[in-house]
Design a binder for this molecule. Structure first.
Ligand code: UDP
Ligand code: MG
Length: 310
C-alpha cells in the first residue's frame, strides 16, 4: 500500500526540518517493516510562505527520495493548501497533518492498520486539550457544539488530521465548493469511517498561524457553508413578531373601542407599525429561504456517491 502524507506549511521555517526528520524516520520504519510501499511520499505544500519555507522544502526533496513539494502561487489559507495536496498527491491513501506536529504521528501506523481493515476514512480525534489555553479550548469546544446545534455533521474534536482512501479522495474531488471547510465535507462523503484518539501536544517551535481573527472567520465559514439555520432563524423571528402583533392588535382595538383612555390617532399609528414590522421580518426570512436554496444549488455538490459497483 502506497501512502502519502500531506503537510500544509505557511511560514514554517522554524519547525520544518524537525518535522521532516520525524516523519521521514517514521516512514522509513513503516517501509522497513513492509507495512507501506517504498513508493510512499511526504508532500509539503507551501501555502505562499514569505520566509524560507520553500527553499527548505526544495532542499529536503534533494536529500530524500521520499519527499516531494508543492508550491501554491500565493497564500490561500490552510484548507485550500490541504485540498491542493489531497487532490494532487498520488497514493492509495493520504494522511493530512499540520506542519507543527501538534498531532501525534505515532498513530499513523494505526491509521494504516484501519485502512487495511477496510475503513476509507480514519479520523484523528483529540483526547485532551490540556496544552491549549483555556480560551482556545473553550472557543474550540464551543464551536464544535454550535456546529452540531446547527445541524452540521462534524466529528467532535477532530481537526484536519485524518486518513482518506483513494476512492474517498476521488469523491472529494467532485465537491466543487469554493468556501472550504474540509472537516464537515468529509462526513458528507460517507463510506466506512472510524476514529483514533490521541493527546494533542504543544507546538514545538514557531507560533500559531491561526490568530483569533482567522479562527473566527474560519468558524463563520464553517457555519455559513453548511447550515441555512441562520436564515431560518430570521423566518422564525418574523413569525413570532407577527403572532405578537395579532395579540397587540386585539389589545389596541380593545382600548380604542371599550375605554376612553385612547389618545386620538394612537390605534391607527401603532397598529400598522407592529403589523408591518412583523410582516417585513417574516418576508425577509422567506426571501432568505429561497436564497438558501439558491446557495445550496450553486454549490453543485454531487447528489450521490457510489460506494461499490459489481
Ligand atoms: N497553514 C497554512 N496556511 C495558512 C495558515 C496555516 O497552510 O494560511 C498551516 C500551518 O503551516 C500549519 C497548519 O496550517 O501546518 C495549522 O496551523 P497552526 O498550527 O498555526 O494552527 P493551530 O494549530 O494553532 O490551530
Ligand atoms: Mg498547530
Amino acid at each position: 500500500m502506497r501512502l502519502g502524507i500531506v503537510v500544509p506549511c505557511y511560514n514554517e521555517e522554524e519547525v520544518l526540518s524537525e518535522t521532516a526528520a520525524r516523519l521521514l524516520a517514521l516512514l522509513d520504519r513503516l517501509i522497513e517493516r513492509g507495512i507501506i510501499d517504498a513508493q510512499s511520499r511526504i508532500c509539503f505544500v507551501d501555502d505562499g510562505s514569505k520566509d524560507t519555507t520553500w527553499s527548505l522544502i526544495e532542499q529536503l526533496c534533494l536529500e530524500s527520495l521520499h519527499v516531494s513539494g508543492l508550491k501554491l502561487s500565493r497564500n490561500r489559507g490552510h484548507q485550500n493548501a490541504l485540498l491542493a495536496g489531497l487532490l494532487t498527491v498520488e497514493g492509495d491513501a493520504l494522511i493530512s497533518i499540520d506542519a507543527d506536529l501538534q498531532d501525534d504521528i505515532t498513530i499513523i501506523e494505526q491509521m494504516v492498520e484501519q485502512y487495511h481493515k477496510g475503513f476509507d476514512v480514519v479520523y484523528g480525534v483529540r483526547k485532551e486539550r490540556t496544552v491549549d489555553t483555556p480560551f482556545k479550548r473553550a472557543t474550540a469546544e464551543g464551536f464544535y457544539k454550535l456546529m452540531r446545534l446547527m445541524g452540521v455533521d462534524i466529528v467532535y474534536n477532530h481537526a484536519d488530521y485524518r486518513l482518506l482512501s483513494r476512492r474517498a479522495l476521488e469523491e472529494l474531488r467532485r465537491f466543487k465548493e469554493v468556501n472550504l471547510f474540509l472537516r464537515a465535507m468529509v462526513p458528507l462523503l460517507g463510506f466506512k469511517s472510524t476514529q483514533l484518539y490521541y493527546d494533542r501536544a504543544e507546538r514545538f517551535a514557531g507560533e500559531s498561524k491561526y490568530p483569533l481573527k482567522k479562527m473566527l472567520s474560519f468558524a463563520w465559514d464553517g457555519i455559513t457553508s453548511f447550515s441555512i439555520m441562520p436564515l431560518r432563524f430570521i423566518t422564525a423571528t418574523g413569525f413570532l413578531i407577527f403572532i405578537a402583533t395579532l395579540l397587540m392588535s386585539a389589545w389596541v382595538l380593545g382600548v380604542k373601542l371599550f375605554s376612553d383612555e385612547a389618545v386620538p390617532g394612537w390605534a391607527s399609528t401603532v397598529l400598522p407599525i407592529y403589523f408591518i414590522g412583523g410582516i417585513q421580518v417574516f418576508a425577509l426570512g422567506i426571501v432568505g429561504e429561497y436564497i438558501g436554496k439558491i446557495y445550496m444549488e450553486s454549490k453543485e455538490r454531487p447528489r450521490f456517491i457510489i460506494e461499490k459497483k459489481i
